[in-house]
Design a protein around this ligand. Structure first.
Ligand code: TXA
Ligand code: MG
Length: 339
């Protein structure tokens, strides 16, 4: 199959492909997604094949407007409408009880479904024109860092899907925040583009799923099935160095060998310390939105440089930091050291 690159002007062609059961890469404000008609089981099945995704890992449905929630969900709590009002369109996915119209293959047989109303204008135009909810996981091959540019998605998906709609670089850079509203208190399943603190301001108490902050023990079952897989992983092993920025940079300087094949992901202030190595800058040490925007790009760039080991400075967990730290920890298989 040949994968066509479409421009934003061709959004109707993308919608047509979705309507007839094909697969299209679509830009969202978080990361690129691999979209298909969420009501067509055969089309949804193709997503799993193209990504090499385990069948027990459910997909989320993308809708153009909060009013669509009632088509696919039941027992919708008041909190869902409050969150929709505050954060939609935007990088928030809500887990709600599903209606039977949602195919089993979307939810991996669960009685809940993840719902998201994305903010990217091109993405919204595609969903509107398709006229169906769009099932879309991140557009990477299973296990790899999510794509934040059309080219990154093409690197993974060329020949596996019908088209990719190039809507520019993703502005958030990490995936949506996932909140489960089917339990009390609501539970954060994945930190993402909407910071935990902002959810707490609307919901009050929010429980943080253990899978967000630590590796699960053997036999422990995560609430978001996807959280159990090694993820966001570049080819080279990653060591995450925690601690205040000056100390973590010093730690890396003390432990990195002279080999050119050790790469560093660091805050801008420290890039010149590592001149003899491949370096990817995350942004200034306090610019948490920039860290999110650049993280996956940095991990992919390290792969392209062919490095054998990656050292990464770790931000703190305030605001967007929680999502960045979560992705870094998973990319490293929780190989974390304290500086
Ligand atoms: O920002 C995003 O959310 C991107 C863009 C494309 O919208 N999508 C995305 O999808 O990150 P994906 O499939 O890569 O991640 C969705 C996560 C998976 O870990 C999955 O296990 C979890 O959501 N999930 C989906 N449905 C669920 C459900 N009913 N209950 C619990 N977890 C669910
Ligand atoms: Mg993903």
């Amino acid at each position: 199959m040949r994968t066509n690159l479409l421009t934003v002007n061709e959004f109707e062609a993308a919608a047509r492909i979705i309507r007839v059961g094909g697969l299209v890469g679509i830009p969202t404000e978080t990361v690129y997604g691999l979209g298909a008609n969420g009501l067509n089981p055969l089309a949804v099945d193709r997503i799993f094949q193209a990504k090499g995704r385990p069948q027990d890992n459910p997909l989320i449905l993308h809708i153009p407007d909060p009013s669509w929630l009632e088509r696919y969900c039941q027992d919708i709590p008041k909190s869902a409408w409050q969150l929709a009002k505050r954060f939609w369109p935007g990088p928030l996915t809500m887990i709600l009880r599903r209606k039977s119209i949602v195919p089993d293959v979307v939810t991996a047989g669960l009685d809940t479904v993840g719902m998201r109303c994305p903010a990217h204008s091109v993405c919204r135009a595609v969903i509107q024109a398709a006229g169906v909810p769009v099932a879309a996981p991140s557009g990477n091959l299973s296990g790899k860092p999510s794509p934040t540019t059309a080219r990154h998605m093409l690197d993974d998906m060329d020949g596996r899907i019908n088209a990719i709609l190039d809507g520019g670089d993703c502005q958030v850079g990490v995936e949506s925040t996932i909140i489960d509203l089917t339990c009390r208190p609501p539970r954060l399943l994945r930190p993402g583009g909407v910071p935990l603190e902002e959810l707490q301001a609307v919901l009050g108490e929010v429980e943080v799923d253990p899978a967000v902050v630590r590796p699960l023990d053997e036999g422990e079952k995560p609430r978001a099935p996807g959280m159990k897989y090694r993820h966001y992983a570049p080819k080279a092993p990653v060591t995450v160095v925690r601690g205040d920025p000056l100390r973590s940079a010093q730690y890396i300087l003390d432990h990195i060998t002279a080999s050119y094949w050790e790469g560093v992901i660091c805050f801008n202030e420290f890039a010149h310390w590592f001149e003899d190595h491949p370096v990817e800058q995350l942004g200034g040490s306090l610019d948490r939105f920039e860290h999110a925007r650049r993280l996956f790009r940095a991990l992919r760039a390290m792969d392209e440089n062919g490095v054998k080991h990656i050292w990464a400075q770790c931000p703190d967990t305030d605001g967007m930091g929680l999502a960045v730290v979560n992705r870094l920890n998973k990319a490293s298989g929780f190989h974390i050291v304290d500086a």
